[in-house]
Design a binder for this molecule. Sequence first.
Ligand code: NAD
Ligand code: MLT
Length: 530
Amino acid sequence: MKRGKVLIAERIDEAGIELLKKEMDVDVCFDICREDLLNRIHEYQGLIIRSDNKINKELLDKAVNLKIVGRAGNGVDNIDIPEATKRGVIIANTPDSNSISACEIAIAHMFAGSRNFTYADEYLKGGNWGREIFMGNELYNKTLGIIGLGRIGALVATRMKAFGMKVIAYDPYILGERYKRYNVEKKETLEELLKEADIITIHTPRTKETIGMIGHEEIDMMKDGVRIVNAARGKLMNEAALYEGLKSGKIKSVGLDVHEQEPRTDSPLYEFKNVTVTPHIGATTVEAQQNVGMTIAQQVINGIKGELVPNAVNLPGITREELREMKPYIELMEKLGKLYYQLNTQPVKYVDISYWGDLVSVDIDILQRSFIKGLLEPVGKEKINYINAMIIAEQNGIGIRQERMTEYNNNYSNLITVKITNNKNEKFTLAGTVSNKKEGKLVEIQGYEVDVKPSRYMLFVQNRDVPGVIGQVGTIVGTENINVATMQVGRKAKGELALMILNVDDEVSKESLEKFKTVENILEANTIIL
Ligand code: NAD
Ligand code: MLT
């Protein structure tokens, strides 16, 4: 297979670059300018960025070979995800890799603010000695208000509990169970949190809803002497409102790792000694960068090779562990999907998928995507992958229905049955299972019960159920030099049509297929590539 080509457009850790180079051709152009990026993007299957580059329609229109954008970090607000999804471009980030570092910088700003750290440092180094002007507050026994109890918010909660703080949180999108797990008091409204907290820290993504979440009105609701920290994203807090709050003395300190404009080196806020600022360095630690670099490199490799990417943000959320568990089912579904158009030419109208037995709690969204990817790949004019599979199915007018069945079917602990209805209202049925050895098996096709572990190359032969056909197939296989790995014969009832399924080592040529078709009792012979 030809090596993929990756452009690393923003700095990532050397270990990640080395990992990529083992499998891909890599161009490292940290700080590439927009014009160069637009001119060169068509060359690449993979692009790695952080937050400086905008991945929008303008760029995606030119990125004709792009399969994956790896966001080395967490926030994806610099990427137009719907545009990428339409084109089947995977967007993957590294959500867990820098969370601890981001959490620690938020906490550092809390301490810096409550103990006047940066001002005291500047004062002393400036040749002054003084203590009274640096009167601070303990965090102990104070109330910390966390807006957004996701990954980083929860890490902050756990750590600040250890400092003896009471922790309250507002996050309307999580279940009550999560508040209990972190021993955090749930606030039903933002207003409640704002009124009760001595220190407020925000850990939400930047969305239409969260931009400007803390403005003049919200600051008015806060306690006098409140301290505020933002290490999530610029624009979540209105800086003009923070300025006024600081000026009036309502706000005792502000700590910002993120800013309304980035990069930026000046702001009215810098006139205050009780404002601590850092240039968006939440993730700038050796540990975070190593984690981020290695994780994003591996994801980009997976994406270019067409494998599933655990942290793809435009795919249903699936963790690395879940992916390991699901892999045999995903591969099986893709293979089942690939069978239809290699055995049939009529366009598909509906696909009905039923999940039986132990599959009652698995993520069926990823399984239907895998099936559709496999189904449309042999006939797809456009590139199809897990990301755009459902969009392309819709564009092709294919209706998909799925159901989970709690009961066991035919004594299989897990079984996936698929019924395809085509344009002529003909039905095509398939079923597969994953064995205890974690091997995907085809166990039914068009009413024939079989037990086949599908290989890359296969031969399907349909014949009359009369003596001698197996021998004739054996002879042709020998004369055509087709090496057979396994062979299965299935029939519905004695004397009816039978089906032979052979796993073979190489693709069966058209010429060889014609030889099978010359045998009197053979009705159909098909070569299959999975
Ligand atoms: P996350 O997705 O795990 O958690 C975000 C939480 O915010 C979720 O629980 C969500 O329900 C909640 N939320 C969304 N909208 C909300 C709203 N309107 N009100 C209240 N809660 C809301 O994300 P995370 O990994 O914890 O990251 C949090 C933020 O930190 C992101 O903005 C991310 O980009 C940023 N970040 C910054 C740095 C840095 O260098 N400073 C590093 C990593 C992450
Ligand atoms: C992130 O979202 O991961 C951080 O803001 C750090 C970064 O952009 O690299």
